[in-house]
Design a protein around this ligand. Structure first.
Ligand code: ADE
Ligand code: ZN
Length: 335
């Protein structure tokens, strides 16, 4: 088996995926047309051509604009189903996806419309594609802590359908400490806390996410390598990092894939995983991320298997299904 065959065939979990960030231009135009929403871009080609980013904010501006076509339950269903089909094609067997309710409720779309559409697709994805899943509600950190608290209160009656809470959007200048009270309440209500930290923000935001928010997983976290004490802490505590290689290159966190630090973090003993973040915007889904790394960083087969095993170990799966998936990984590697 070549390393490319290993990457394509091995069963894997995805832990860092924004469902609004999976909106392919073709589906965006289709949904916009049926909802009578006018997009700033005249065509699919024009939109794709705009996918050149200088930093996180330049991406977020287009990401929020794209999401503005999503209005009906069916839109959220179609969006989620399209992602699940792509994930299944990459042999993603378990996925824990983010959604950004404030992006929609601020436009007058009811919270339940968003949740119902996504969850109906996740149920069909399990029935028809065999993909298990979890749903993580992200607070938009460029908005206020009060707005995040109001969103949390909307989510509490739906706790059975939402496994965790996260923190995304513009990182610099919006430290985790801003949301300490929201995360305190979320943990009391039984939501598992995660947070984006150390993507564009400083390593201190990673410490804050762990210490003040109780985050059990750090999304991105790649800037940890600027603080050796933090790297040692992440290793000792085996805090998972959900790294998104193609995203980091597209958003200029690293100049090229060859400069990415994922392999050195893995070699340092950190629990690193690979994920696609917002795939159409960044040039690829799960396996594209692995292939890009394998080529630029000369990943070994052992690296690939480690990254994939980590994806299950870092998931919110119960012990029994987690063990079953890890056995599937071992069986695939042995075959
Ligand atoms: N929202 C969608 N993708 C994101 C990312 N990579 N960082 C922060 N917020 C996001
Ligand atoms: Zn992200």
């Amino acid at each position: 088996m070549t390393i490319a065959e290993l990457i394509d065939g091995i069963p894997k979990a995805e832990l860092h995926l924004h469902i609004e960030g999976t909106l392919e231009p073709e589906l965006m135009f289709e949904i916009a047309a049926r909802n009578n929403v006018t997009l700033r871009f005249g065509s699919v080609e024009e939109l794709r051509a705009a996918y050149e980013f200088d930093d996180l904010q330049s991406f977020l501006d287009i990401y929020y604009e794209g999401a503005s076509c999503l209005l009906q339950e069916r839109d959220f269903y179609d969006l989620t189903m399209a992602y699940l089909r792509r994930a299944a094609a990459d042999n993603v067997v378990h996925t824990e996806i983010f959604f950004d309710p404030q992006t929609h409720t601020d436009r007058g779309v009811p919270f339940e419309t968003v949740l119902d559409g996504i969850c109906r697709a996740l149920e069909d994805g399990e029935k028809n594609l065999g993909i298990t899943s979890g749903l993580i509600l992200c607070f938009l950190r460029h908005l206020s802590a009060d707005a995040a608290m109001a969103t949390l209160k909307q989510a509490i009656p739906h706790r059975d359908r939402i496994v965790g809470v996260g923190l995304d959007s513009s990182e610099a200048g919006n430290p985790p400490s801003k949301f300490q009270a929201v995360f305190d309440r979320a943990r009391e209500e039984g939501f598992i806390p995660v947070a984006h930290a150390g993507e564009e923000g400083p390593p201190a935001y990673i410490d804050e996410a762990l210490d003040l928010l109780g985050a059990v997983r750090i999304d991105h976290g790649v800037r940890c390598d600027e603080d050796p004490d933090l790297v040692e802490r992440l290793r000792r505590e085996q805090v998972p990092l959900t790294v998104c290689p193609l995203s980091n290159v597209k958003l200029r966190v690293f100049d090229t894939m060859a400069d990415h630090n994922i392999q050195s973090l893995l070699a340092a003993g950190l629990c690193v995983t690979v994920n696609s973040d917002d795939p159409p915007y960044f040039g690829g889904y799960m396996n594209d991320n692995f292939h890009a790394m394998a080529t630029a960083l000369l990943l070994t087969e052992a690296d690939v298997v480690r990254l994939v095993r980590n994806s299950f170990l870092a998931s919110f799966l119960d012990e029994e299904p987690m063990e079953a998936y890890l056995r599937q990984v071992d069986e695939f590697v042995a075959s």
